[in-house]
Design a protein around this ligand. Structure first.
Ligand code: NJP
Length: 259
């Protein structure tokens, strides 16, 4: 029997891309995916397709009230969340001087504060039960800065700081904390991040599929992995960057300026 069988799995950003694929895999393995995002119609359509015990919850992770109300309902109904997959997020690429303060605030409020809000909503219950998995979808952008990504990259650096610190705090509690760091993934993310399509054209050949990222998320939970970089070779690049940052920046300048 799959280790997902009967597990209550809350997935934010489940109306599209990586979140929707992850929900599909969880449902296939016998888990109970709780699909969360703002687009109710998309969630209901996916829940209908997945069938079984899948549920849809309209959720805006940028609102503390919305997060508290949704997780209160979940706790009333299920009494627990076994796995929280903090996946909701978006990016707006552009040069620093052209990006508005509002863009910086909105990305941080969803990508980083959204994770803070959802994690706060489930953690007390996980601690009381002495078990749980928290998975944060960060990014390779949380490890290496690239041009036109000052706002987005900062949110993902923040997510990794949170993830690594929380893992230390929760050691020995029975709760695991995992970071998933993909490179570019072929999802509707780029409709907003790269409306001109120029970045997508530059990295099209390197793009991961959302299925591959979803598989990695599921496997990371099954194996209690602390962190997964995708693809692995890009993770090696991130390690080189941390060892030799200035040399790496010099040698990889063209690659770090594809947006
Ligand atoms: O993007 P997309 P991905 N409250 O646009 C939801 C990271 N990542 O699957 O609310 C609640 O298909 C939105 O739903 P809706 C990325 O940073 C990506 O690629 O209905 N939900 C939708 O379901 C993000 O953290 C790439 O509009 C909110 C989902 O988020 C995660 O992967 C590379 C929300 C976004 O689905 C999933 O992105 C990488 C809110 N306020 C990391 N705002 C990549 N694609 O290249 C948005 O390294 N959502």
């Amino acid at each position: 029997m799959s280790s997902w069988n009967g597990k209550v799995v809350a997935i934010t950003g489940a109306s599209s891309g990586i979140g929707a694929k992850t929900a599909t895999l969880v449902a296939e393995r016998g888990g109970i995916p709780l699909l969360m995002a703002r687009s109710r119609a998309k969630l209901e359509e996916l829940a209908g397709r997945l069938g079984g015990r899948c549920e849809a919850y309209e959720l805006d992770v940028s609102s503390t009230g919305s997060v508290e109300a949704v997780f209160d309902r979940v706790n009333e109904k299920h009494g627990r969340v076994d796995v929280l997959i903090n996946n909701a997020g978006f990016g707006l690429f552009g040069r620093f001087e052209q990006a508005s303060i509002d863009d910086f605030e909105k990305m941080m409020n969803v990508n980083y504060m959204g994770i803070v809000r959802c994690t706060k909503a489930v953690l007390p219950h996980m601690l009381a039960r002495g078990s749980g998995n928290i998975v944060n979808i960060a990014s390779l952008a949380g490890k290496i800065g690239t041009a036109k990504s000052t706002g987005y990259s900062a949110t993902k650096h923040a997510v990794l700081g949170l993830t690594n610190s929380l893992r230390q705090e929760l050691a020995g509690t029975g709760i695991t904390v995992t970071a998933i760091n993909p490179g570019p993934v072929d999802t509707p993310f780029f409709d907003m991040a790269d409306p001109s399509g120029s970045y997508v054209a530059n990295v099209k050949k390197l793009m991961l599929t959302p299925d591959r990222v979803a598989e990695a998320i599921v496997r990371a939970v099954e194996r209690n992995r602390a962190e997964v970089d995708l693809p692995g070779i890009a993770g090696f690049g991130a390690k080189l960057f941390h060892l030799f940052p200035r040399t790496f920046e010099r040698v990889s300048r063209r690659f770090l300026n594809l947006k």
